[in-house]
Write a protein that binds this ligand. Structure first.
Ligand code: EPZ
Length: 419
């Protein structure tokens, strides 16, 4: 069981440079997209995090070959020998559901375990299934598995009842090889969706409306290989920006995409942080002694990301006043709050709102990580808590942050990850 030990310091000032890794939530659909072609896909700027190894295990089970050289992966699915994504793998990482669309498009068949719930909510996939059925797939749920078949997916018009990143990605990949035109309406606008569209276009897909809510895809007979750069991880960047704001620090983030961080930067500036753009890939944050409370409501991109909600709530424990955090995307994304209370935070949860009262000094304690972003929030809290914080089940952090321990150490944190 992985464990993180942090020697916290209420007067800690994180200072230095941190290079942002590639985005986990961009590389996972890109790896799934390799199922759409027999040719080689070369992905660069890949974060070597646990979720990447999990989906590579799934790809290998299906018959794909891959090689990793530093932060590049070369993948090839010459033949798909096995169209099944097992419960064991899907339970380990629900993003495995992203193979459903590509498998149906390439092979006309897919057996994918239902992802089930997780610490942040019920995580249904009804919108994925509804869209694929509209494209002509026959889908049944048996023994906890999605059994899907489609001789040939047919283009049609699909409107997502609500914004779904994974649903948009699955249907984009399915539409790329479907017969005729698919019009997807109410698409997610996240940068990771755009990065996937850019990859599909490089592979030969015919897509119009990239970055808009309506995307038109004209199916083609087959797709080719491509070389593609994964965008920087905007949530990792946001996490380090919060670390800078929290510690009154002075941190330069390199290899990042400031234009993806607008909603996060706006809120951090309103809370008192000084953030300056150094160039198109570099930003500096100087934290303020006096952190001002901010109300945030999570919403689909370009709104404030749900994946930054836990981290921002830690910052608000140090603000002078009351902040109201409203989580609108997931139905249970406050599991980090109970752990923050153990560290001395003053937070009341009721329904979709967490009311954070600050400024409360935090004191180190033993806490439990429940999911990826919750574990990041516990690291942030541990940095400024007096005394030692021990975070158990720290595997959650390794799922989506590449070298968090080393990056924080380089900025002056006293943090150790052990297995
Ligand atoms: C992606 O999850 C991200 N994961 C999540 O990041 C992120 O929080 C989420 O998008 C934000 O919307 C990856 O990209 C791998 P959704 P996804 O489909 O695609 C409901 C992290 O920490 N919904 O956009 O699963 C759903 O329950 C992770 O990196 C349906 O009701 O999210 C949720 O309430 C956590 N039916 C909302 O929509 C469906 O068929 C948004 O879900 C699909 C989703």
């Amino acid at each position: 069981m992985a464990q993180i030990r942090i020697t916290g310091n209420p007067n800690l000032r994180l200072e230095g440079k941190v290079r942002i890794s590639g985005a986990k939530n961009a590389v996972l659909p890109a790896i799934a997209a390799s199922l759409l072609t027999r040719e080689k896909l070369r992905l660069k700027n890949v974060p070597l995090v646990k979720d990447v190894y999990t989906i590579l295990t799934l790809m290998k089970e299906m018959g794909a070959e891959y090689s990793i050289r530093r932060n590049s992966i070369t993948l090839q699915s010459r033949d798909i020998l096995h169209e099944e994504a097992s419960y064991e793998l899907v339970r380990a990482m629900r993003a495995s559901i992203l193979v459903l669309g590509p498998l149906l498009a390439r092979r006309g068949k897919a057996i994918v375990a239902l992802p089930g719930g997780c610490a942040i909510g019920s995580r249904p996939i009804d919108l994925h299934i509804h869209g694929l059925e509209k494209m002509g797939a026959t889908i049944s749920l048996q023994h906890g598995y999605i059994q899907a078949e489609a001789k040939k997916l047919r283009g049609t018009e699909i409107r997502f009842e609500k914004k779904t990143v994974g649903g948009t990605e699955n249907l984009l990949m399915a539409a790329a090889l479907a017969e005729g035109e698919t019009v997807l309406k109410n698409c997610s606008l996240e940068p990771e969706v755009i990065n996937l569209c850019d990859l599909l276009k490089k592979m030969g897909a015919r897509i119009e409306g990239i970055g808009q809510e309506t995307i038109r895809v004209m199916g083609v007979a087959e797709l080719g290989g491509a070389t593609h750069e994964i965008i920087p991880d905007r949530i990792e960047a946001g996490t380090f920006l919060v670390a800078g704001a929290l510690t009154g620090g002075n941190i330069v983030l390199t290899k990042t995409q400031p234009k993806h961080l607008t909603s996060i930067i706006d809120k951090l500036r309103l809370s008192g942080a000084d953030i300056s753009l150094i160039n198109s890939q570099t930003i500096r944050i100087r934290g303020s002694e006096n952190i001002r409370p901010q109300d945030i409501t999570t919403s689909p991109y370009p709104g404030f990301p749900t994946d930054m909600q836990a981290q921002f709530s830690v910052l608000m424990t140090q603000a002078r006043g009351t902040s109201i955090i409203t989580e609108t995307i997931f139905d249970r994304r406050f599991s980090h709050i109970n752990e923050l209370l153990r560290l001395g935070a003053n937070i009341d949860v009721s329904g979709d709102k967490a009311v954070v009262k600050g400024k409360t000094p935090l004191s180190g304690a033993e806490v439990l990580a429940t999911d990826l972003r919750a574990s990041a929030s516990l690291v942030l809290a541990g940095l400024i808590a007096s005394g030692e914080t021990v975070i158990n089940d720290a595997e959650h952090l390794e799922r989506g942050y590449e070298g968090m321990e080393e990056k924080m150490q380089a900025l002056g944190a006293i943090i150790e990850l052990s297995h």
